[in-house]
Design a protein around this ligand. Sequence first.
Ligand SMILES: Cc1cc2nc3c(=O)[nH]c(=O)nc-3n(C[C@H](O)[C@H](O)[C@H](O)COP(=O)(O)OP(=O)(O)OC[C@H]3O[C@@H](n4cnc5c(N)ncnc54)[C@H](O)[C@@H]3O)c2cc1C
Length: 491
Amino acid sequence: MADEGFDCDVLVVGLGPVGAMLALLLARSGVSAIALDKDTAVYPLPRAAHFDHEIMRLFQQVGIAEEVGRNAQAAPAYEFRAADGQVLMRIDLPQLAPCGWAAGYMFHQPAVENALRERLEADPLAQMRLAHRFVRLEQYADGVTATFAGPDGETQIRARYLVGCDGASSAVREAIGGALDDYRFDEPWLVIDAVVEPGARLPDVNLQICDPARPTTCVLMGPGRHRWEFMLLPGETAEQVLDDGFITPLIEAWDCGPVRLERKAVYRFHGLVAKDWRAGRVLLAGDSAHQMPPFAGQGMCSGLRDAANLAWKLRVVLRGEADDALLDTYQAEREPHVRTYIELAIGMGRVVCTQDPELAAQRDAGMLAQRAAGVAPLPPAAPAALASAAVMTGASGAGALFPQPVCAQAGRLDDAIGEGPWLIAREPCPEAADFAIALSDPRLAPFAQDIDAWLDRHGASAVLVRPDRYVFGAGEPAALAAAYRRALRPV
Ligand SMILES: Cc1cc2nc3c(=O)[nH]c(=O)nc-3n(C[C@H](O)[C@H](O)[C@H](O)COP(=O)(O)OP(=O)(O)OC[C@H]3O[C@@H](n4cnc5c(N)ncnc54)[C@H](O)[C@@H]3O)c2cc1C
């Protein structure tokens, strides 16, 4: 699709999970993308351990759900326990969530990143360039030129848009101003990943051990791996806690049998949000735009949602089907969503990280009382519906995720009707939009009952679902289609 004079439509800087997903979504939808990374291979050790059902749906969309499934296991439950083992809070995770997959998965990040890159390599509209470090950029009215330092010296690439997916210390963010809003949560933790050997006895749920003497996380990862995270106590240094003599007794205390340590690292967990996610033709996604502590397992998930939100908007803008102003809805939609998860993660972190024994005893008593009363002690996990000019404000269901019904014989809805926006209507309405699908369409037959029930709940005869599977609005087909056209081209 790239115009003459441009090397590609979209230049993606950074090939972590977010950059790889964005480049893949773009290429699959007909947008040419060049994605570059300073390193020569996927970072070999996992950082993220968990993703949720919405993200599995995204992996499904780009055709790697099966491969991801081989490197993941459904998460059964998440428990916060007191130092004496009492359960302070338990979240049971359904094995079938609204997006048509289990609510959460524990996984091996490098395997998933490799699967994304393999798909990317096979796509004729995408190019990957490794060992290319982003150095600087210049913007013009119609495009961006970025300079990279690579094995053959400096090269320049010209694109219509550039997206910085270059992680926490983003050079692209710096290039566009770089201001960050800091939640002032800053906790150092030792992260230990282990390969599980035959005969090991490990917990089968994810755990936060709220022990004021040493706050600890113990979670599943992909099959055959387990992770511990230990909070550093005042006065402890990274050098000290990375010593095997320090680590061995911490793991032995779990009496878990044979495990082989695979990695050890100290991370500082914090909450940061870039003030501006867009400057002209340059946008930020993933850790370059926001970072959060890992207690809710949502950092990478949030970045992948950025990619899904941005990919379809860039596509319609580049095809001339939408005004460039549509890209302003990206931060407007994603930032509040991300902040909900940052605040949830920090809320969880503050519960876990309490080191004062008296405060910890009060916390335990409060959480036990809340548990007995059936009250959730944390802020709500579900972010509010998206609100921007890219949803039909006031329409029923607008800004919520559209569920993905599953049928044992026929599979999942998204595979049945494919990519792009959908206008699903009770009655045929081809005149409303060329992407209208009647509920009587044979492809919808296995899912018609679920969709019918959804329409009933929203008192609507049709629903318009955006390409990122968020509901634009529910209502009457012609009105939905007209509002969608107006949303793409705001006056
Ligand atoms: C201990 C820990 C546990 C976590 N657990 C979870 C979890 O369970 N679930 C979850 O969802 N998230 C989790 N996260 C967060 C998650 O790992 C990150 O949010 C995610 O990896 C961010 O992806 P990204 O693609 O935005 O950035 P990155 O993965 O950091 O990728 C950025 C890429 O950009 C490249 N790059 C950097 N600078 C340049 C440059 N100048 N030029 C070219 N390329 C460049 C890098 O080489 C890298 O490949 C965890 C994080 C940590 C540290």
